[in-house]
Design a protein around this ligand. Structure first.
Ligand SMILES: NC(=O)c1ccc[n+]([C@@H]2O[C@H](COP(=O)([O-])OP(=O)(O)OC[C@H]3O[C@@H](n4cnc5c(N)ncnc54)[C@H](O)[C@@H]3O)[C@@H](O)[C@H]2O)c1
Length: 305
C-alpha cells in the first residue's frame, strides 16, 4: 500500500467501478462503493466478489475473503467521501453527470484528496470546469475493460493538475499492478483509444467496401499484429521490421509504400450510418449462439492465460 492512502471511494459502481474495487481490495485498500441505488450496489458487490475470485484463481492476489470484507457500500456521496483518501470516479460518460459531481465532491472532500476519473475520452479540463476550490486535485486515470485484467491505465492531467496529484495517482496505480502511462499534454481519447479508433475506422471501411468479412478482419488482427502488440507497440514493431537498418531504414524505404495505402484508406471524420448494419450482421454471424456471458468468460480466461 502507498503512504497516505488507506481508503478509496469508488464513485459509480458499474462495470468499471467493480473492476477497480477488486484491484484495490486485493492490495489491502478499504473500498467504499457509492452509487445511486441499493440494488445497483448489491449487484456491484456480487460482481466485485467474482472479479476477486478470478484474480486469486489466476494467482494475481491472495486472501479473497479478507479482500471481500474490505468493501462497504453507500448511496450517499457524503458518506463515501468521509475518511476516503482517494476517489476513483466511474459514473456515466456524460459531462452533465460528471461536472456537477466534481463540483460537489470538491465542496465535500478535504483538499488533499485526489479525484481520478475513469472517463474513456473526456479531458480533465472539461470535467473540472465547475470545481471552484481545488481543480488541481483532479486527473484522468483511464483504465481498460475488463479493468481487473487489462493492466493499462492512462493518466491525463489537466493543465491545472498538480504534480502531487499526478505522483499519488501514479504510485497508487503501480501499487495495484497497473502499467501506467502519463500524457504530456491533454488530448481527448488519450493514447490508446485514439489509436484504437483509427484502427476501428479502417476495420469498418474494409467491411463496408466488401474487401473482407467481419470475421476475417478480426482474425487478421488477432492472429497477426495482435500477437505482437501484446508485447510491443508500433514503434518497436517497425524498428524490428526494418532489419539491420531499424526504424530509420523502414521509414526511408519500406515505409514509402505505406504512404500510398494512406490515400486509399478511410478518411471519415464521422462514422457513416451505412457501416452499422454490416458491422452488426457480421458480428452476429461470427458469435452465433454464444451468449454475452459465455463470450466474457472465454475472453477473461484467454486474458489470464
Ligand atoms: N465500459 C468500458 O469499457 C469502459 C472502459 C474504460 C473506461 N470507461 C469509463 O468508465 C466510466 C463508467 O463506465 P461503465 O462502463 O462502468 O458504466 P456503467 O453504466 O456500467 O456504470 C456507471 C455507474 O455510475 C452510476 N452513476 C451514474 N451517475 C452517478 C452519480 N451521480 N453518482 C454515483 N453513481 C452514479 C450508475 O448508476 C452506474 O452504476 C465512464 O466514464 C466510461 O467512459 C468505460
Amino acid at each position: 500500500m502507498i503512504e497516505g492512502v488507506e481508503k478509496v471511494a469508488c464513485v459509480g459502481s458499474g462495470l468499471v467501478g467493480q473492476g477497480w474495487a477488486a484491484l484495490y481490495t486485493l492490495k489491502g485498500y478499504d473500498v467504499i462503493l457509492q452509487d445511486l441505488a441499493e440494488e445497483t450496489l448489491t449487484n456491484a458487490v456480487k460482481r466485485t466478489h467474482h472479479h476477486i475470485d478470478v484474480l486469486v484463481e489466476a494467482g494475481l492476489g491472495v486472501e479473497p475473503d479478507i479482500a471481500k470484507k474490505r468493501i462497504t457500500t453507500t448511496t450517499s456521496l457524503e458518506e463515501a467521501l468521509d475518511g476516503a483518501d482517494f476517489v476513483t470516479e466511474s459514473v456515466y460518460e456524460s459531462l452533465e453527470v460528471k461536472c456537477p459531481l466534481y463540483a460537489q465532491m470538491d465542496e465535500i472532500a478535504p483538499k488533499n484528496v485526489v479525484f481520478a476519473s475513469s472517463t474513456s475520452g473526456y479531458m480533465m479540463s472539461e470535467i473540472n470546469r465547475d470545481m471552484k476550490k481545488h481543480p488541481e486535485r483532479a486527473i484522468v486515470a483511464h483504465p481498460w475493460n475488463p479493468v481487473h485484467l487489462v493492466p493499462l491505465v492512462e493518466l491525463s492531467p489537466s493543465p491545472e493538475t498538480s504534480k502531487e496529484a499526478i505522483d499519488i495517482t501514479y504510485k497508487l496505480m503501480e501499487d495495484i499492478g497497473r502499467v501506467t502511462v502519463v500524457l504530456k499534454k491533454e488530448a481527448s481519447g488519450f493514447i490508446a483509444n485514439r489509436i484504437s479508433v483509427a484502427l476501428w475506422r479502417e476495420a469498418l471501411d474494409l467491411v463496408n467496401r466488401g474487401i473482407a468479412s467481419v470475421e476475417d478482419v478480426d482474425k487478421a488482427i488477432m492472429a497477426g499484429p495482435g500477437i505482437r502488440w501484446a508485447m510491443m507497440g508500433p514503434y518497436l514493431t517497425y524498428h524490428l521490421g526494418g532489419g539491420k537498418g531499424g526504424i530509420k531504414y523502414l521509414m526511408d524505404h519500406i515505409g514509402v509504400k505505406k504512404q500510398e495505402w494512406l490515400k486509399d484508406m478511410a478518411q471519415w471524420t464521422e462514422f457513416p450510418e451505412s457501416v452499422k448494419a454490416k458491422a452488426v450482421d457480421g458480428v452476429n454471424d461470427m458469435v452465433g449462439d454464444m451468449s454475452l456471458e459465455e463470450l466474457e468468460a472465454w475472453r477473461d480466461q484467454n486474458l489470464i492465460d
